[in-house]
Design a protein around this ligand. Sequence first.
Ligand SMILES: [Fe+2]
Ligand SMILES: [Fe+2]
Length: 284
Amino acid sequence: MARIAHLSDIHFGAHDPKIVAATEDWLRERQPDLVIISGDLTQRAKVEQFREASAYLSRLRAAGFPTLVVPGNHDVPLYDVVRRFAAPLDRYKRFIDDDLCPWFENDDVAVLGINTARSMTIKDGRINRDQIAMVGKRFAAVAPAKTRILVTHHPLFAMPIGEGGELSEAVGRHRDAVEAVAEAGVHLALAGHFHRTYAEAALKMVETAGDVLVMQAGTATSTRLRNDELQSFNWIHARRFDEVELQVIAWDGTQFKRGSHERFTHDGNIWAAQTVIEQRDLQK
Ligand SMILES: [Fe+2]
Ligand SMILES: [Fe+2]
Protein backbone atom coordinates (compact mmCIF):
# COMPACT_ATOMS: atom_id res chain seq x y z
CA MET A 1 0.00 0.00 0.00
CA ALA A 2 1.15 3.55 -0.74
CA ARG A 3 0.19 6.45 1.53
CA ILE A 4 0.08 9.63 -0.51
CA ALA A 5 -0.54 13.19 0.63
CA HIS A 6 -2.07 15.17 -2.24
CA LEU A 7 -1.84 18.91 -1.69
CA SER A 8 -2.76 21.55 -4.24
CA ASP A 9 -2.95 25.30 -4.78
CA ILE A 10 -0.64 26.26 -1.95
CA HIS A 11 -0.32 29.79 -3.43
CA PHE A 12 2.66 31.31 -1.64
CA GLY A 13 1.99 35.04 -1.62
CA ALA A 14 -1.65 34.48 -0.63
CA HIS A 15 -0.98 31.82 1.98
CA ASP A 16 -1.61 31.59 5.68
CA PRO A 17 1.78 30.88 7.35
CA LYS A 18 0.25 29.06 10.29
CA ILE A 19 -1.64 26.70 7.97
CA VAL A 20 1.57 26.11 5.98
CA ALA A 21 3.33 25.16 9.23
CA ALA A 22 0.39 22.93 10.19
CA THR A 23 0.67 20.96 6.91
CA GLU A 24 4.32 20.32 7.69
CA ASP A 25 3.58 19.16 11.24
CA TRP A 26 0.81 16.89 9.94
CA LEU A 27 3.05 15.36 7.27
CA ARG A 28 5.95 14.81 9.66
CA GLU A 29 3.62 12.97 12.00
CA ARG A 30 2.10 10.75 9.26
CA GLN A 31 5.28 10.08 7.19
CA PRO A 32 3.72 9.74 3.71
CA ASP A 33 5.38 7.62 1.02
CA LEU A 34 4.93 10.51 -1.42
CA VAL A 35 3.82 14.14 -1.29
CA ILE A 36 2.12 15.39 -4.45
CA ILE A 37 1.53 19.09 -5.09
CA SER A 38 -0.71 19.62 -8.10
CA GLY A 39 0.14 23.20 -9.06
CA ASP A 40 -0.40 26.85 -8.20
CA LEU A 41 2.57 26.93 -5.87
CA THR A 42 2.58 30.74 -6.04
CA GLN A 43 -0.01 33.49 -6.26
CA ARG A 44 1.65 35.57 -9.00
CA ALA A 45 4.79 33.68 -10.07
CA LYS A 46 7.02 36.26 -8.32
CA VAL A 47 10.60 35.43 -7.36
CA GLU A 48 9.92 35.91 -3.66
CA GLN A 49 6.89 33.62 -3.84
CA PHE A 50 8.88 30.93 -5.66
CA ARG A 51 11.62 31.25 -3.01
CA GLU A 52 9.07 30.51 -0.30
CA ALA A 53 7.61 27.57 -2.25
CA SER A 54 11.09 26.22 -2.87
CA ALA A 55 11.98 26.47 0.84
CA TYR A 56 8.74 24.63 1.70
CA LEU A 57 9.61 21.80 -0.71
CA SER A 58 13.17 21.66 0.62
CA ARG A 59 11.84 21.23 4.15
CA LEU A 60 9.55 18.39 3.03
CA ARG A 61 12.39 16.68 1.19
CA ALA A 62 14.74 17.16 4.16
CA ALA A 63 12.10 15.42 6.30
CA GLY A 64 12.55 12.43 4.00
CA PHE A 65 9.47 12.62 1.75
CA PRO A 66 9.72 12.10 -1.99
CA THR A 67 7.80 14.90 -3.75
CA LEU A 68 6.12 15.13 -7.15
CA VAL A 69 5.11 18.60 -8.29
CA VAL A 70 3.48 20.07 -11.41
CA PRO A 71 2.97 23.78 -12.20
CA GLY A 72 -0.38 25.57 -12.28
CA ASN A 73 -1.67 28.61 -14.15
CA HIS A 74 -0.63 30.90 -11.26
CA ASP A 75 2.99 29.78 -11.74
CA VAL A 76 3.05 31.56 -15.14
CA PRO A 77 3.59 35.35 -14.77
CA LEU A 78 0.34 37.19 -15.49
CA TYR A 79 1.37 40.84 -15.80
CA ASP A 80 4.97 40.50 -16.97
CA VAL A 81 3.97 40.01 -20.60
CA VAL A 82 7.49 39.52 -21.96
CA ARG A 83 8.26 36.78 -19.47
CA ARG A 84 4.78 35.34 -19.82
CA PHE A 85 5.30 34.53 -23.49
CA ALA A 86 9.09 34.23 -23.80
CA ALA A 87 9.76 32.08 -20.76
CA PRO A 88 6.48 31.26 -19.02
CA LEU A 89 7.82 28.59 -16.68
CA ASP A 90 11.36 29.91 -16.34
CA ARG A 91 11.05 30.69 -12.65
CA TYR A 92 9.18 27.48 -11.91
CA LYS A 93 12.04 25.52 -13.51
CA ARG A 94 14.66 27.52 -11.64
CA PHE A 95 13.12 27.33 -8.18
CA ILE A 96 10.92 24.22 -8.19
CA ASP A 97 11.75 21.61 -10.81
CA ASP A 98 13.33 21.55 -14.22
CA ASP A 99 11.24 18.51 -15.10
CA LEU A 100 7.70 19.46 -16.15
CA CYS A 101 6.61 15.81 -16.47
CA PRO A 102 7.91 14.23 -13.25
CA TRP A 103 7.71 10.51 -12.54
CA PHE A 104 7.62 8.52 -9.31
CA GLU A 105 7.49 4.76 -8.96
CA ASN A 106 7.79 2.39 -6.03
CA ASP A 107 6.58 -1.19 -5.39
CA ASP A 108 2.92 -0.11 -5.21
CA VAL A 109 2.32 2.92 -7.44
CA ALA A 110 3.51 4.63 -10.63
CA VAL A 111 2.81 8.37 -10.79
CA LEU A 112 3.18 10.69 -13.78
CA GLY A 113 2.82 14.47 -13.56
CA ILE A 114 1.89 16.50 -16.66
CA ASN A 115 2.16 20.27 -17.00
CA THR A 116 -1.11 21.82 -18.21
CA ALA A 117 -0.21 25.51 -17.55
CA ARG A 118 0.20 27.63 -20.68
CA SER A 119 0.95 31.28 -21.49
CA MET A 120 -1.81 31.68 -24.04
CA THR A 121 -4.63 30.98 -21.68
CA ILE A 122 -5.03 32.94 -18.46
CA LYS A 123 -6.64 30.22 -16.42
CA ASP A 124 -7.61 27.30 -18.66
CA GLY A 125 -5.16 24.48 -19.15
CA ARG A 126 -4.00 22.54 -22.12
CA ILE A 127 -2.27 19.28 -22.85
CA ASN A 128 -0.17 18.75 -26.00
CA ARG A 129 0.37 15.79 -28.31
CA ASP A 130 3.81 14.93 -26.91
CA GLN A 131 2.37 14.81 -23.40
CA ILE A 132 -0.52 12.62 -24.57
CA ALA A 133 2.01 10.24 -26.17
CA MET A 134 4.04 10.27 -22.97
CA VAL A 135 1.06 9.08 -20.90
CA GLY A 136 0.94 5.89 -22.99
CA LYS A 137 4.69 5.42 -23.10
CA ARG A 138 5.44 5.92 -19.39
CA PHE A 139 2.68 3.64 -18.13
CA ALA A 140 3.29 0.89 -20.73
CA ALA A 141 6.29 -0.42 -18.82
CA VAL A 142 4.56 -0.48 -15.42
CA ALA A 143 3.71 -3.83 -13.77
CA PRO A 144 -0.09 -4.42 -13.92
CA ALA A 145 -0.52 -4.76 -10.15
CA LYS A 146 0.63 -1.20 -9.45
CA THR A 147 -1.81 1.69 -9.07
CA ARG A 148 -1.29 4.12 -11.98
CA ILE A 149 -1.77 7.73 -11.06
CA LEU A 150 -1.83 10.80 -13.30
CA VAL A 151 -1.36 14.27 -11.81
CA THR A 152 -2.32 17.54 -13.54
CA HIS A 153 -3.18 21.00 -12.24
CA HIS A 154 -6.26 21.45 -14.42
CA PRO A 155 -8.61 18.48 -14.24
CA LEU A 156 -8.91 16.56 -17.49
CA PHE A 157 -12.64 16.29 -17.02
CA ALA A 158 -15.37 18.89 -16.67
CA MET A 159 -16.03 19.29 -12.95
CA PRO A 160 -19.02 20.51 -11.01
CA ILE A 161 -17.89 23.89 -9.67
CA GLY A 162 -20.94 25.68 -8.33
CA GLU A 163 -23.83 25.02 -6.06
CA GLY A 164 -26.18 24.85 -9.05
CA GLY A 165 -24.28 21.96 -10.64
CA GLU A 166 -22.54 24.07 -13.33
CA LEU A 167 -19.64 22.31 -14.99
CA SER A 168 -16.17 23.74 -15.57
CA GLU A 169 -14.32 23.79 -18.89
CA ALA A 170 -12.31 20.62 -19.40
CA VAL A 171 -8.63 20.92 -20.22
CA GLY A 172 -7.81 21.81 -23.86
CA ARG A 173 -7.58 18.78 -26.20
CA HIS A 174 -9.25 16.78 -23.47
CA ARG A 175 -10.88 14.22 -25.78
CA ASP A 176 -7.46 12.94 -26.90
CA ALA A 177 -6.16 13.12 -23.35
CA VAL A 178 -9.09 11.17 -21.94
CA GLU A 179 -8.62 8.50 -24.59
CA ALA A 180 -4.90 8.21 -23.84
CA VAL A 181 -5.58 8.00 -20.12
CA ALA A 182 -8.13 5.23 -20.66
CA GLU A 183 -5.76 3.32 -22.97
CA ALA A 184 -2.87 3.65 -20.52
CA GLY A 185 -5.03 2.05 -17.81
CA VAL A 186 -4.71 4.99 -15.43
CA HIS A 187 -6.55 4.27 -12.17
CA LEU A 188 -6.46 7.65 -10.45
CA ALA A 189 -6.47 11.17 -11.91
CA LEU A 190 -5.46 13.80 -9.34
CA ALA A 191 -5.84 17.54 -9.92
CA GLY A 192 -6.62 20.84 -8.25
CA HIS A 193 -7.28 24.37 -9.57
CA PHE A 194 -10.85 24.80 -8.30
CA HIS A 195 -9.96 24.97 -4.59
CA ARG A 196 -12.62 22.40 -4.04
CA THR A 197 -12.38 18.78 -2.95
CA TYR A 198 -14.27 16.19 -4.93
CA ALA A 199 -14.03 12.49 -5.83
CA GLU A 200 -16.03 10.66 -8.48
CA ALA A 201 -15.67 7.95 -11.13
CA ALA A 202 -14.83 9.75 -14.38
CA LEU A 203 -17.17 7.43 -16.26
CA LYS A 204 -20.07 9.15 -14.55
CA MET A 205 -18.93 12.47 -16.05
CA VAL A 206 -17.53 11.44 -19.44
CA GLU A 207 -18.64 8.33 -21.28
CA THR A 208 -15.25 7.62 -22.79
CA ALA A 209 -13.26 8.08 -19.62
CA GLY A 210 -12.33 4.45 -19.03
CA ASP A 211 -11.65 3.31 -15.52
CA VAL A 212 -10.39 6.47 -13.93
CA LEU A 213 -11.27 7.62 -10.43
CA VAL A 214 -11.02 11.41 -10.28
CA MET A 215 -9.83 13.05 -7.08
CA GLN A 216 -9.72 16.81 -6.76
CA ALA A 217 -7.86 18.48 -3.91
CA GLY A 218 -8.95 21.76 -2.35
CA THR A 219 -6.47 24.53 -1.59
CA ALA A 220 -4.15 23.42 1.19
CA THR A 221 -2.93 26.78 2.44
CA SER A 222 -4.37 29.68 0.41
CA THR A 223 -6.47 32.35 2.09
CA ARG A 224 -8.58 32.61 -1.08
CA LEU A 225 -11.40 30.14 -0.63
CA ARG A 226 -14.18 29.20 -3.03
CA ASN A 227 -17.74 28.44 -2.00
CA ASP A 228 -16.73 28.88 1.62
CA GLU A 229 -14.85 25.58 1.52
CA LEU A 230 -12.03 25.59 4.06
CA GLN A 231 -8.42 24.68 3.37
CA SER A 232 -7.86 20.98 2.93
CA PHE A 233 -5.75 18.32 1.31
CA ASN A 234 -6.27 14.69 0.38
CA TRP A 235 -4.76 11.76 2.24
CA ILE A 236 -4.87 8.81 -0.12
CA HIS A 237 -4.20 5.20 0.71
CA ALA A 238 -3.70 3.31 -2.56
CA ARG A 239 -4.27 -0.18 -1.19
CA ARG A 240 -4.41 -2.00 -4.55
CA PHE A 241 -5.08 -0.94 -8.11
CA ASP A 242 -8.78 -1.59 -7.41
CA GLU A 243 -9.06 -0.26 -3.87
CA VAL A 244 -8.36 3.26 -2.66
CA GLU A 245 -9.22 5.17 0.47
CA LEU A 246 -9.58 8.93 0.52
CA GLN A 247 -9.54 11.01 3.68
CA VAL A 248 -10.07 14.73 3.27
CA ILE A 249 -7.95 16.49 5.87
CA ALA A 250 -9.55 19.85 6.53
CA TRP A 251 -8.53 22.95 8.48
CA ASP A 252 -11.00 23.73 11.24
CA GLY A 253 -9.65 27.17 12.12
CA THR A 254 -6.99 25.90 14.49
CA GLN A 255 -5.80 22.51 13.22
CA PHE A 256 -6.07 19.94 10.43
CA LYS A 257 -8.66 17.24 11.11
CA ARG A 258 -10.26 14.47 9.11
CA GLY A 259 -13.29 15.95 7.31
CA SER A 260 -14.44 12.79 5.54
CA HIS A 261 -13.25 9.27 4.87
CA GLU A 262 -14.40 7.16 1.92
CA ARG A 263 -13.35 3.82 0.48
CA PHE A 264 -13.56 3.29 -3.29
CA THR A 265 -13.39 -0.06 -5.02
CA HIS A 266 -13.39 -0.96 -8.68
CA ASP A 267 -15.66 -3.86 -9.63
CA GLY A 268 -14.22 -4.46 -13.09
CA ASN A 269 -16.41 -1.81 -14.68
CA ILE A 270 -16.49 1.30 -12.58
CA TRP A 271 -15.22 2.86 -9.37
CA ALA A 272 -17.77 3.24 -6.62
CA ALA A 273 -17.67 4.66 -3.12
CA GLN A 274 -18.19 1.66 -0.87
CA THR A 275 -18.17 3.10 2.56
CA VAL A 276 -18.63 6.58 3.77
CA ILE A 277 -16.74 6.12 6.98
CA GLU A 278 -17.31 9.73 8.04
CA GLN A 279 -19.50 12.44 6.56
CA ARG A 280 -17.82 15.42 5.05
CA ASP A 281 -18.33 18.83 6.51
CA LEU A 282 -15.93 21.25 4.90
CA GLN A 283 -18.00 24.39 4.93
CA LYS A 284 -16.93 27.32 7.06
FE1 LIG B 1 -5.33 27.88 -7.44
FE1 LIG C 1 -5.20 27.18 -10.91
